[in-house]
Design a protein around this ligand. Structure first.
Ligand SMILES: [Zn+2]
Length: 458
């Protein structure tokens, strides 16, 4: 029996470069399944046609792109091999067991040259940026080397999962895992570990410069600002036919990132990923022991509410326990190195409370100073005015409640008060949450806590 064709196609919107992301990837069956020509015969044909053939352990890359110093194309097979090892690790596959696995990739400037060399068969539909069929993929060359690498690895993950894992999952996982496992940076000079330029997976990118042109975090933040963030259910239910824009890709990546990296979900998700990756994947995941749909949806909404580069799932995980009604004054500590912290003090809608904070915490280190020596940044509950984040000083104490729209949709933290002394009026029934204002990727170098008193106000 010939293997059924598994085809994944990418169309990329022709928008401004910095906003371009991985867009539409459709799966389908193109015509009668046929056995493709062997890799050896294709590579021989490529060489006869004057195309460059670059070989790694797990990738044969054919390109008509002329050799150019500094474009990074020569190192793509080596980067692909390093990425391959990280994909094996993700799925718990022994790399030695698939030592002979190889993908054949075409990096294309002029499609006609590939067609006439027999490397771009008619069964491959028109694609804007990328297309994958089992262990073969085709991609249009990209002007940005970072984005070219990302796209190559995205298609590589498709080839890996389609063949080694027989993947046939709903599009949110198919595309989300390709984005998740393709996201990386090249190690800078002086980094600890393997040398400069080596592949380093960064499924949650640390900084925008590492993932030029992906635009996923910006897209999700824009959706938040517009009041239209995706819910986890919407992501799960997105049909292939409409999974074709940057928002779909950003949301699918975010769902996989949250499920794979959040301490409350990582184990359940990894177990689901080690089982069959078929059309029933989402339903089976939702039937997993310990899966709480409402809680998972809330965790996803909390992630997209605060999403930023370097988002730290462990430090930002939210305790959703309902707490007890605030009847008398309570004191609590708010750690500087964590995201939203549940005070355990529950308020009914319309009730008021006074929040008073004192203390001094460390919110980071200023490394480049006029004197040359690093300076530890300290903050009191009003924050420090030398740096702001999302319209408020860094280190400022924030008080909030979790609010879910009455008509459904993604919840969010509504800030009710801030600073050393605040009076908050509850906008929902539920606990009061406190945290310091800081990017979620910069919590790890914080230290100390504020002492906070919460008191009912008649
Ligand atoms: Zn894709």
């Amino acid at each position: 029996m010939p293997t059924p064709l598994h085809l994944l196609r990418h169309r990329f919107p022709g928008i401004a470069l910095l906003a371009v992301g991985c867009a539409a990837c459709l799966s389908g069956i193109a015509g009668e399944p046929v056995e493709p020509p062997s890799v050896q015969s294709l590579v021989a044909g490529a060489r006869r046609a004057g195309l460059r053939v670059l070989e790694g352990d797990h990738l044969t890359l054919v390109t008509d792109r002329p050799p150019r110093d500094g474009d990074g194309v020569g190192s793509l097979p080596e980067i692909f091999d390093a990425a391959f090892d990280s994909w094996c690790k993700h799925y718990g596959i022994d790399p030695a067991a698939c030592r002979d696995w190889r993908a054949l990739g075409c990096l294309i400037v002029d499609r006609e040259r590939f067609r006439s060399a027999g490397l771009l068969p008619d069964a491959v539909p028109e694609f804007a940026n990328g297309f994958c069929d089992r262990d073969r993929f085709w991609m249009a060359d990209q002007s940005n080397p970072d984005y070219r690498r990302h796209l190559l690895l995205h298609e590589g993950v498709h080839a890996f999962t389609l063949t080694l894992r027989s993947l046939a999952t709903p599009p949110w996982y198919t595309e989300g895992i390709a984005e998740f496992l393709a996201t990386h940076r090249l190690r800078p000079a002086g980094a600890v570990g393997p040398g400069a330029g080596a592949f380093e997976p960064t499924p949650m990118p640390q900084r925008a410069a590492d993932v030029e042109q992906l635009g996923r975090i910006e897209t999700l933040r824009a959706a938040r600002a517009a009041g239209t963030p995706p819910t986890l259910r919407e992501v799960f239910d997105t049909p292939a036919a409409v999974h074709h824009d940057l928002r779909s890709y950003a949301a699918s990546w975010a769902a996989v990132a949250m499920l794979a990296l959040h301490p409350a979900h990582a184990e359940t998700f990894a177990a689901a990923e080690r089982a069959a990756l078929d059309g029933g994947f989402t339903a089976r995941l939702a039937r997993s022991e310990g899966w709480d749909e409402a809680r998972t949806a809330r965790d996803f909404a909390a992630f997209t509410d605060d999403i930023d580069y370097g988002y730290d799932f462990a430090r930002s995980a939210v305790d959703w326990t309902p707490g007890t009604p605030l009847a008398t004054a309570r004191r609590t500590d708010v750690a500087a190195d964590r995201g939203w912290q549940n005070t355990g003090a529950s308020l009914a809608t319309g009730r008021r409370c006074a929040v008073a904070a004192r203390g001094r915490v460390t919110v980071g280190v200023l490394r480049e100073t006029p004197a040359g020596a690093p300076v530890t940044l300290e903050s009191e509950p009003d924050g420090i005015s030398i740096r702001w984040y999302r319209g408020r000083p860094i280190g400022r104490l924030l008080a909030a409640q979790w609010v879910e729209p009455a008509g459904g949709g993604a919840g969010r933290f509504a800030i009710l008060g801030e600073g050393r002394e605040a009076t908050c009026t509850a906008v929902a029934d539920g606990p009061l949450f406190l945290k310091l204002n800081e990017p979620p990727g910069e919590l790890r170098d914080n230290a100390g806590s504020f002492s906070v008193t919460i008191e009912p106000v008649p």
